[in-house]
Design a protein around this ligand. Structure first.
Ligand SMILES: CC(=O)N[C@H]1[C@@H](OP(=O)(O)OP(=O)(O)OC[C@H]2O[C@@H](n3ccc(=O)[nH]c3=O)[C@H](O)[C@@H]2O)O[C@H](CO)[C@@H](O)[C@@H]1O
Ligand SMILES: C=C(OP(=O)(O)O)C(=O)O
Length: 435
């Protein structure tokens, strides 16, 4: 279990380049299984989850060539389906959430897709019904072995159909789209998720020869094709990292430039931070956050009632930034209710912030009410364990703003999604060491 030691209370300064998007990378990497031709992918983040998926593809027989930092060429012209039945796969497939998305491509191209219960953050129930209901509608036979949590779908050739998803699942939509592109006939997916991750996936698949209409909406129409060809794809900057750096700048009263953020793909993220009173300026495609010397003030609603920040499927506010919103609110002027609607165990980390002196009431597992300190009292340094990726980065931001030296254990949870984080933070003046 790795550890960070962080000396807090220092102002940071400079610019930071966001990594390629983790959740996009996990979809895009699975899509290389859909063609026997070469697929080159750029701006792949060097993080634990992505590297685990690349290793899994390699074990599936995908040829992998590294072209340079963040750039790889993949070729799936000799896929080893036997690996799917091995004990090694049971272990490696369950190491991350994103591995679930190999099932759609394998099912549509090779007639079978298996997966052990995938890993990822332990943030409440994370069911897979949407994925498998979609495959079943496309004509797949489904089986689930309860003893070893092993899922399987098989079909000679999938058949296009209409489906209304029970929820706008991000990985579920990606999986079904990747199955439908090679199905016979037309598939219509209503209540599809439409995050930039999915838009990027659909655009890439269209470049490979797929026929997907409605990209960016919750109604996708997919005309199946016989086969797909190669392409080149570049990942967008990670919007969750971008939000994390906005929060970091505000909490440490630092002036930060976040480079090349792809503004048009940030949705509500800048405005939600602005509601906390944080100044965010657009400079070309960069975000400039000035040093908030006099703090930041939460805006109430027009009628004066207290602000609520909650998550919703895109174009709503992403649940992956609520932990960061929560920590940033602890030093704001004013109060806010943070309502995490999707996940039921993602707010428990507030206990650590309370230990550090933050004024938070956990109303129930989904809602926390935060009364900001307005920097009249600094958070106190402490020792903590990172429970999940976003709680981990939030605790790290809290530690960087706190008085004294904090220790964060289990930092693999942070490394799962943030590339080389200690070195990048040191480059802007953070006092952080990896033990
Ligand atoms: C690898 C990856 O891409 N992971 C992301 C993906 O996970 P993932 O694809 O696993 O998440 P889903 O979109 O399937 O759902 C997340 C949770 O939200 C609930 N739910 C979902 C849709 C909905 O309309 N209503 C609702 O309540 C689900 O029941 C589930 O508990 O999307 C999540 C939701 O943005 C993000 O937190 C994860 O970072
Ligand atoms: C929940 C997350 O990741 P995963 O779905 O991979 O667990 C996340 O990225 O915030």
């Amino acid at each position: 279990m790795g550890t960070f030691k962080i000396e807090g209370g220092h102002q940071l300064k400079g610019s930071i380049q966001p990594q390629g998007a983790k959740n996009e990378a996990l979809q895009i990497l699975c899509a290389v299984l859909l063609t026997s031709e070469k697929v080159t992918i750029n701006n792949i983040p060097d993080i634990i989850d992505v590297n685990k998926l690349i290793m899994l593809l390699g074990n599936l027989g995908v040829k992998i060539q590294k072209n340079g930092p963040g750039s790889y060429t993949f070729q799936s012209d000799d896929v080893n389906l036997k690996y799917l039945e091995s004990e090694q796969f049971k272990e490696e497939g369950s190491g991350l959430r994103g591995s679930i998305m190999i099932v759609g491509p394998l099912l549509s191209r090779f007639g079978k897709g298996y997966i052990p219960k995938p890993g990822g953050d332990k943030i409440g129930r994370r069911r897979l019904d949407t994925h498998f209901e979609g495959f079943i509608k496309l004509g797949a036979k489904f089986r689930y072995n309860r003893e070893d949590y092993f899922y399987g779908v098989e079909a000679k050739r999938l058949k296009g159909t209409y489906m209304l998803l029970d929820e706008a699942s991000v990985t579920g939509t990606a999986n079904i789209v990747m199955a439908a592109v090679l199905a016979e006939g037309t598939t219509t997916i209503y209540n599809a998720a439409c995050e930039p991750y999915l838009q990027q996936l659909c655009k890439m698949l269209n470049r490979m020869g797929a026929k997907i209409k409605g990209v960016g909406s919750n109604l996708l129409k997919i005309e199946g094709v016989e086969k797909l060809g190669g392409t080149e794809h570049t990942m967008l900057p990670d919007m969750i990292e971008i939000g994390s750096w906005i929060g970091l700048a505000a909490m440490t009263k630092s002036e930060l430039t976040i480079k090349n953020v792809s503004w048009e793909n940030l949705g509500q993220i800048p405005d939600v931070f602005r509601k906390l009173g944080i100044t965010i300026e657009r400079k070309g495609d960069d975000i400039f956050v000035p040093a908030h010397k006099d703090g930041y003030e939460i805006q109430n609603y027009i009628d004066g009632s207290i602000l609520t920040i909650s998550d919703a499927p895109w174009p709503g506010f992403t649940p992956d930034l609520l932990s960061i919103i929560l920590v940033v609110a602890t030093q704001a002027r004013g109060s806010v209710l943070v309502h995490q609607k999707m996940f039921e165990s993602r707010l428990f980390f507030v206990d650590k912030l309370i230990d550090m002196g933050a004024k938070i009431i956990l109303c129930d597992p989904h809602r926390a009410s935060v009364i900001g300190h307005d920097f009249t009292s600094q958070l106190k340094a402490t020792t903590m364990v990172s429970p999940d990726i976003r709680a981990g980065i939030s605790l790290l931001i809290a530690a960087l703003s706190a008085k004294g030296t904090s220790t964060i254990h289990n930092i693999e949870q942070i490394d799962r999604g943030y590339e080389n984080i200690d070195e990048r933070l040191r480059a802007i003046g953070a006092k952080i060491i990896r033990m």
